[in-house]
Design a protein around this ligand. Sequence first.
Ligand code: ADP
Length: 405
Amino acid sequence: MVVDFAMLLLIAIPSALAGAWAASAIVKRRLEKVEARSTAAAHETAARVNEMEADRARMAAILSGMVEGVLVVDGDGRLRLVNDAARQMLNLEDHLLGRHYVEAVRQPGVVQQLGAALKGEHRPPIEVPLDRGSSATSGPRIFRAQATPASVEGGGAVLVLHDISDLRRVDRVRRDFVANVSHELRTPLTAVRGYVEALMEEPANAQQRKKFLEVIDRHTGRMERLVRDLLRLARLDAQQEIAELHTVDVASLFRSASADLSERIEKQRIHVDVRVEPAAAVIDADSTKMHDALKNLIENAVNYSAEGGRIELAARVEDGKVLLSVGDEGPGVPEADLGRVFERFYRVDKSRTRDPGGTGLGLSIVRHLVELHGGRVHAENRREGGAVFTIALPHRTRSSPNRGH
Ligand code: ADP
């Protein structure tokens, strides 16, 4: 009996052990599979998280690089995202995320837009003046704000802000320009019409007729000059004129530009001095365009010179630039107007009733022509009295590849 039992044990134990071993091997395999699966899941999750982080970083980079302001609120009206542009435009403090938009945003129009969008309304954009960034020269800054309901679970709204100050400025410049042109044309046109009517209605003697026709001639001439200058400015604006640079002799350039005005120079007994330093004797320029620019400056100098006055045309090299200057002994330009005389239609003497002769466009054409050469032009007053206009051009060396004939 004891032996039987011992035998049974001898048989049962190894088989039980074998069974247990087999069972544990199955469990182990299963565990390994589960482990493998969970490792794969963990890798996948990590990859997803990385991807999401990368997406988030990409999104943050895009949003912070955007010129448009973007502000996102959740369904409870709490700020979830504000990019740098929105922060600047709305003049918002830092660390606002999580705050209610009504506490953070101070512009009533923007608050209303966000409130409407949170209720699911699509409103047209509004225009809001900017708190910051306005200056006397650039004019007021203004932005367009539009909030739209966010199409996500739980609601919310997205506000987009565009800075439209430059568009408004361009629009204002265009409107001022049209108003100026109309004004400039009206004066001579009214005069021409008046004298034509007088000629038709009143019997005039030959002397009167001649006087009337002379006035008509003067005013039509002025309109012609205005239209010519406007067309030239339009061509320059549209970049239809390019500078073809060749080697140009500066003294001949000065001579030919003043020769075009010789009649007036002689009539006003004006002395023209030409001083050209050897280093500035030749320049690379488009001779026709530089001739036009210099002629314009010399014409102004003649206009503002008294009888018997002196005009100085000089060329020198300074700080690696060739400086071509036209100086006169006239009244000069008031300091406050020095920077503005190159603007279209800008005149120191604003009254249009006095016939100014010029179109008010000459210096803006000069600036365009000089800039075509990669140069700049500026106005100063001379210590001894009178104005001096200086064109600064890049000084090219003799081996310059731009040099032609
Ligand atoms: P305009 O046709 O009136 O001469 P410009 O554009 O040539 O127009 O000049 C603009 C303004 O700059 C002039 O109206 C004048 O007030 C001022 N200006 C230009 N040149 C001179 C100068 N040599 N001396 C004094 N003022 C000048």
